[in-house]
Design a protein. Structure first.
Length: 525
């Protein structure tokens, strides 16, 4: 392509994957801290060297461009190293939720066609249950342990992560084929209304645009310290925190798990300038009372959301000098909107306005844009939107038009200034403690109970978790059921965050004129 005397190569100009972030950082800012994990700092030079060792181990295992490498890991170095190592090779990263149980793990491994699986030793029992029923071949299981050696029992079907990479060089790996910007980077699963999780495919290019979007949202600087204890397997952890922070060359404060007291003390100890925490997390942090005695002047910006945030919580944080800016997005389009700090109180209840790298609007059932104040479906478009759902062309077509317009599944309206407000979800999904829960998935399992004739689940308000599930159940003749019985039945079948917190026994479920369960009536109960 030629223009103004310059010649560009269409192919070579695209060869720049997300894995190049840590390579370039190791050159530009080698001795700067990339992240601090459990109080241990890791420089960009050290991170890139470890990433390269993992990449060489992946190559030696036979991993090629386009192959899928799955993880079931808590927050920590192994997660970050595997993510960037896969990116350098053009492999597709598949992070699984560490709260999943065996059947859910099995489905997502097979759905993605993963050929290598790296998991935490605390997950060994769940993985052992399903390892022979997955797409992972012999030698493709790698366990991450806190101490040297394999977990108790010395199972020979797995490799130990540190031993697996120990002899590998820390030189830059050479992928078997060039890695281009439009290549898939990751498959991130999000539950579906039909009960089967869907794997949203995001590319290297989309992730770069998300980095730029977040950097503009936060005015992120290279000397910023970013505190977040959200799971990295989420699109928010991966695309809104980890990747943008390292792209900018800032420092990321990381813990294996969220602990409200530790989170508060980290603010005092490390003086972060940017914080991200979900609404439920802020409730727990406030309950510790730690913030009441702290100087929080170091904090420049605070991002949050994840579920409906009550005005009372915003006011409690504001009284302590923390002005929580709502962020709205989803796996299919992370960091879609942000509520600017100057509008936190003036636009209370709003989820913000679309960022530089995507557009959003309200449409009626025919797809036509509507006027401000009128409710409709929230649609979005831009370079941050996913490619589609892995191996699910029909589901992709339902959510993503050929022109790249994403139906978010949310109902809302826009005010005269272009700020968005969520009214309801067109799909049944609710958010409990920042986790998506799809009632259809829970209902499918409930209907396997011998004593249940019919079941429906809806999300209801919950003071701690924002929303929680309530199960409405019709029992078989002569059967009885308590909430404790229900939880015992669900054990090992669903992740615990999907368990209904409430149970009500009904003689019959209300139905619509078309014979479907009338969930609106159930919610009004």
């Amino acid at each position: 392509m030629t223009g103004d005397g310059l010649v560009f190569s269409d192919h070579s100009s695209q060869l720049w994957g997300i894995g190049d972030i840590v390579r370039k950082r190791a050159q530009l800012t080698p001795d700067v801290t990339a992240f601090v994990f459990e109080d241990v700092p890791i420089t960009y030079r050290a991170l890139n060297a470890r990433v390269n060792q993992v990449a060489h181990a992946l190559k030696k295992s036979g991993l090629k461009k386009g192959d899928r490498v799955a993880t079931l890991l808590f927050n920590g170095p192994a997660f970050i190293e595997t993510y960037f190592a896969a990116a350098k090779l053009g492999a597709i990263f598949v992070p699984l939720n560490f709260r999943l149980v065996a059947p859910e793990i099995q489905y997502q491994l097979n759905n993605s066609g993963a050929c290598l699986f790296i998991f935490d030793d605390q997950m060994t029992a769940e993985v052992a249950k399903i390892r022979s029923a997955t797409s992972i071949k012999s030698g493709g299981f790698v366990v991450v342990t806190e101490t040297p050696g394999l977990p108790e029992g010395d199972p020979q079907w797995m490799n130990q992560f540190e031993s697996w990479i120990k002899a590998e060089p820390n030189t830059e790996p050479l992928p078997d084929a060039p890695v281009a910007l439009m290549d898939p980077l990751a498959i991130i699963h999000t539950s579906g209304v039909t009960g089967n999780p869907k794997g949203a495919v995001v590319s290297h290019l989309q992730t770069y645009f998300k980095c730029m979007q977040v950097m503009m949202y936060t005015d992120m600087r290279s000397d910023d310290v970013f505190l977040a204890q959200i799971p990295l397997f989420h699109s928010a952890g991966l695309s809104v925190v980890l990747t943008p922070v390292l792209f900018r060359g800032a420092a990321f404060l990381l813990r294996k798990h969220f602990d409200a007291s530790v989170f508060a003390r980290d603010i005092e100890k490390y003086k972060p300038s940017i914080i991200l925490a979900l609404t439920t997390m802020w409730r727990f942090v406030l309950d510790t009372g730690e913030l009441d005695r702290m100087d929080l002047s170091c904090v420049r910006q605070v991002l949050g959301g994840g579920e409906r945030t009550p005005t009372s919580l915003l006011e409690m944080l504001a009284d302590r000098g923390i002005h929580l800016q709502q962020v709205f997005g989803q796996t299919e389009n992370s960091a879609m909107m942000l509520l600017p700090e100057q509008y936190v109180h003036r636009k209370a209840g709003s989820v913000g306005i679309p960022g530089m790298c995507n557009d959003a609007w309200i449409a009626d059932e025919t797809g036509q844009a509507v006027q401000p104040g009128i409710q409709g479906r929230i649609l979005a478009r831009g370079p941050t939107v996913m490619n589609g759902y892995w191996g699910m062309p029909e589901k992709t077509a339902e959510s993503l038009s050929q022109e790249g317009v994403l139906d978010t599944g949310d109902i809302g309206f826009m005010d005269e200034d272009g700020y968005f407000y969520i009214v309801d979800r067109a799909k049944d999904m609710y958010r409990s403690g920042g986790e998506n829960v799809y009632p259809a998935e829970v209902e499918k399992v409930l209907m396997q109970h011998a004593g249940i004739a019919h079941a429906a689940v809806v999300g209801v308000n919950d003071e701690i978790w924002g929303e929680a599930g309530k199960a409405f159940v019709v029992l078989q003749k002569g059967a009885s059921l308590s909430l404790e019985d229900l939880h015992r039945f669900l054990e090992g079948k669903l992740a615990r965050y999907k368990y209904p917190h409430h149970l009500e026994i009904l003689d019959a479920l209300p139905l619509t004129a078309s014979g479907k369960v009338h969930k609106a009536q159930l919610k009004t109960r």
